[in-house]
Design a protein around this ligand. Structure first.
Ligand SMILES: [Fe+2]
Length: 179
């Protein structure tokens, strides 16, 4: 276990993102995190379709919405957000790769635990940006943190309620079943 109570054997997104972030101009760093939020939204929508997570579908879709709200709110601070993000994505393909490889081939339970920790890291990051920001951006970055924590809490509650460690095998008809 780590200080934040998460499983220390699972990878942490922060050390993967930090070196990429360091290579982006300081004022554009929030846009890189906003890109990561959009990648996370896609993941949440995928999890919402998992049969093993059917009971949590609406909560996972609400997490996806929160990720997109965070991204949109931050992007709105930058008049050239779209072009700047396209450039960041082009210059740093390792962001998308790190996001993908972090989760690839892992059981759902681990994927959700990794994402829960990523949301807690996200909250810390937005508070850090708020601390460095000018008056115009400060409140907006600060407002992202509780949204991240809300999603972390949802994931932690799902994990506490029990998620199968491996994807469910396809249902087989039982012996003697006529359908
Ligand atoms: Fe997030």
């Amino acid at each position: 276990m780590t200080d934040d109570g998460s499983d220390a054997t699972l990878p942490d997104i922060a050390p993967l993102i930090a070196p990429i972030l360091a290579r982006v101009e300081r004022e554009r760093r929030p846009l890189l995190i906003a890109l990561a939020e959009r990648l996370a939204a896609v993941r949440y929508r995928g999890w919402a379709e998992e049969p093993a997570l059917r009971a949590h579908r609406d909560a996972l879709l609400a997490c996806a919405d929160r990720e997109e709200r965070i991204a949109a709110s931050v992007e709105a601070l930058f008049p050239d957000a779209e072009a700047a993000q396209a450039e960041i994505a082009r210059r740093h393909p390792e962001l998308e790769r790190a996001n993908r490889e972090l989760f690839a081939g892992r059981p759902l339970r681990d994927q959700l635990a990794i994402q829960a920790r990523a949301e807690r890291r996200g909250a810390e990051t937005w508070r850090f940006f708020a601390g460095e920001a000018d008056d115009r951006s400060r409140a907006r970055f600060a407002a992202c943190a509780p949204l991240e924590e809300e999603s972390a809490a949802i994931l932690e509650a799902i994990l506490a309620s029990g998620v199968a460690p491996n994807p469910e095998p396809a249902a087989k008809p039982s012996a003697g079943s006529s359908i």
